[in-house]
Design a binder for this molecule. Structure first.
Ligand code: Q9C
Ligand code: ZN
Length: 678
């Protein structure tokens, strides 16, 4: 399993710059690169990356995507004077040439290819390339929107050719539609292209009909082009997360890519003059974390846009930190997508229903009324990511955003111990546990007795269960005191240990503890004060306590050999968990679990995105194989193997749908359609 994160940067790419006055192009400045790099230095992230040199992409490589004519025109600009440069530039929509542009663009291509090579050869697990000029607007025969060569598209073609890849996912989180990338792959089923973009019913640049949700690809490529248009400005963290939960991630898991490439524009972040969105830098940590669960972690992030220097720099840092495996910072703001976002999400799901198994049972019968209703949606975004953030962008004041970000980043940048996992281990466990896992000595009996007799005596009646609680306490304590990030305890009585752990963490001062209990839960704690949210995944119907928003019973039995649990995780558990915003996650695997090891690993890997990655896992101690997989998921060392894709049955889809309907008023990140909303 490859480890390490590559970073590719070369100052040379700052020599491409605008030589004349042009208010459209003057935001694409060299400082975008240099100041992001300095920001990485100031967070001490540079020294933790593997630095790779750039190279020029060869002509042959550029011709994988572009026409010879386009290449020749670009080449010819190297020796032009300013006047000539200006004249060639005017042939394109929003592009400028400098004598060094051709060289820089070849370096940008080469940097992307170096990154693909390093990841595919297993030299590193993942990485980021900081490049200029960007690429995603560039087309076979044209420069466009600050882009000369399509770096990401060339990288994907190169990966197909050199490594024989059959499935590549491109995620374009830049705020503009990468129409260039769409044109290049629209008939190609081996490249799944996802883009969200500011659209405003076709009013926003590049104002194309084919940027709408109904452009799903052509010919054999039908279903492999996903456009999620934002019809309002002011989209924030919860809108982006909802797009991942309800559109991108289920498709991506079904597609099962061998490599993921990100067209990583940060003009979708707060403060950007182009995007006018509200998403704060930490959202990019979450997006990155989700994508790291695909393609066995093979993730290449390549810079596109991003024009607010401070916002850009912070967002780049969030991305790189996450690639390095650091804990994921807590997301801020109210967790509820706005109506306009939900409408877009619903539309793209409906458009893709014919092409994706997981959408097969999507109910779209109510959609015909939508167009008549959509005028109702034309009001200002009612759910900005944070109140402060929305006020600031409304004033449209770059300096204010800078000050906001400075404060904001102080609040969310906790001092991080790079992920540490604690376990007491069971016999021989030191041989199979991954790196970064420290073994912890158990508490002695008198200590535990002292603890238990005070507050947990009602739970713990038998003396012989005391010993097993020692493990629970000692690990949990390290998490609560932030000595380690997460931990595992093996226990002969996992259910009891979980109950004690929940009460202990609330007593310690945690305000919201999320508990996902897999198996038969023997005692269900009182959740009325809202300090715990319990999701019990079990085979048997739990009749009691229904209607309580803090205790949810999810009856789920994974099909043998299959792996359909991801649909419940993405469609229900994650949205509920993100709505709740826990400060600690407890995962307990008790007796009679109805999930396989890969399902549990997936759950843990994804829940690591919450509570600053603070996760406490208790496992019934007979499950040694499971312990090993869980330990790997906790340190982020490997992503779970998913096996053959099994779509959920109609019965299971209905189950999720029913639960979603039941809880979406309380847990708003569940919303993926507006039929009940208007
Ligand atoms: N009225 C990238 O972010 N705006 N490119 C043109 C014309 C061009 C953005 C406005 C924006 C290009 C990579
Ligand atoms: Zn952009």
């Amino acid at each position: 399993m490859a480890s390490g994160t590559a970073l590719i940067y070369d100052e040379e790419m700052t020599t491409h710059k605008l030589l004349w006055n042009d208010p459209i192009c003057d935001i694409e400045v060299p400082e975008r690169l240099s100041s992001s790099y300095e920001q990485l230095r100031s967070y001490h992230l540079l020294e933790r990356c593997v630095h790779l040199p750039v190279r020029e992409g060869s002509e042959e490589e550029i011709l994988l995507v572009h026409s010879l004519e386009h290449l020749e025109v670009a080449k010819s600009t190297q020796t032009m004077n300013e006047e000539e440069l200006k004249r060639v530039s005017e042939n394109y929509d929003a592009f400028f040439f400098h004598p060094s542009t051709y060289h820089c663009a070849r370096l940008a291509v080469g940097a992307a290819l170096q990154l693909v090579d390093a990841v595919m050869a297993g030299k590193v697990r993942n990485g980021m390339a900081l490049v200029r000029p960007p690429g995603h607007h560039s087309q076979r025969n044209a420069a466009n929107g600050f882009c000369l060569f399509n770096n990401v598209a060339i990288a994907a073609e190169y990966a197909k050719l050199k490594y024989g890849l059959q499935r590549i996912l491109i995620v374009d989180w830049d705020v503009h539609h990468g129409q260039g990338t769409q044109y290049i792959f629209e008939e190609d089923p081996s490249v799944l292209y996802f883009s969200w973009h500011r659209y405003e019913h076709q009013e926003f640049w590049p104002s194309l009909k084919e940027s709408d949700y109904d452009a799903v690809g052509l010919g054999k490529g039908k279903g492999f082009n996903i456009n999620l248009p934002w019809n309002k400005v002011g989209m924030g963290n919860s809108d982006y997360l909802a797009a991942f939960f309800h559109v991108l991630l289920p498709m991506a898991f079904e597609f099962d890519p061998e490599l993921v490439i990100v067209s990583s524009g940060y003009d979708s972040g707060i403060g950007d003059p182009e995007g006018q969105m509200n998403a704060t830098p930490e959202v990019f940590a979450h997006l990155t974390h989700f994508l790291m669960q695909l393609a066995n972690g093979k993730l290449c992030v390549i810079l596109e846009g991003g024009y607010h220097l401070k916002s850009l720099g912070e967002s780049v840092c969030m991305t790189v930190r996450t690639l390095l495996g650091d804990p994921v910072p807590q997301i801020t703001g109210e967790m509820a997508p706005c109506l306009s976002a939900v409408e877009s999400i619903q539309n793209v799901r409906a458009a893709h229903k014919p092409y994706w198994k997981w959408l097969a049972y999507e109910d779209t019968s109510f959609l015909q009324n939508l167009s008549t209703k959509s005028h109702l949606l034309k009001k200002a975004n009612s759910n900005p990511s944070t109140e402060d953030a929305s006020q600031i962008t409304n004033n449209n004041n770059t300096v204010k955003v800078e000050r906001f970000l400075e404060l904001h980043m102080k609040n969310i940048l906790f001092p991080v111990p790079p992920i540490k996992t604690a376990t007491t281990g069971s016999e021989g466990s030191e041989h199979f546990l991954p790196e970064h896992v420290q073994l912890v000595k158990e508490m002695d009996e008198t200590e535990i007795k002292a603890l238990v007799s005070g507050f947990y005596a009602d739970l713990v009646k038998e003396d012989k269960t005391l010993l097993s609680l020692g493990r629970t306490f000692v690990i949990l304590d390290k998490i609560l005191k932030k000595e380690v990030c997460n931990g595992i305890a093996a226990s002969p009585t996992a259910a009891l240990s979980a109950a004690v752990a929940l009460r202990h963490s609330v007593r310690f001062g945690f305000q919201r503890v999320l508990c996902v209990f897999v198996g038969d839960m023997q005692m269900i704690p009182n959740t009325e004060d809202g300090k715990m949210l319990i999701i019990n995944i079990c085979e048997k119907e739990q009749s009691r306590k229904t209607g309580c928003k803090h205790y949810i019973s999810l009856n789920w039995k994974e099909d043998a050999g299959g792996n359909d649990f991801f649909s419940a995780v993405l469609g229900f558990i994650l949205p509920v968990a993100y709505s709740y915003q826990p400060d600690l996650t407890v995962i307990a695997v008790g007796p009679n679990r109805s999930l396989g090891i890969s399902g549990i690993s997936l759950l843990i890997a994804l829940l690591r995105g919450l509570a600053e990655s603070r996760v406490f896992v208790v496992i019934e101690d007979t499950e040694i194989n499971l312990m090993q997989s869980v330990a790997k998921a906790l340190v982020g060392a490997s992503t779970p193997p998913f096996g053959i894709y099994v779509p959920p049955t109609q019965e299971k889809v209905n189950k999720i749908k029913a639960l979603r309907d039941q809880f979406q008023q309380e847990w708003k990140m569940l919303q993926s359609s507006v039929k009940d909303g208007i």
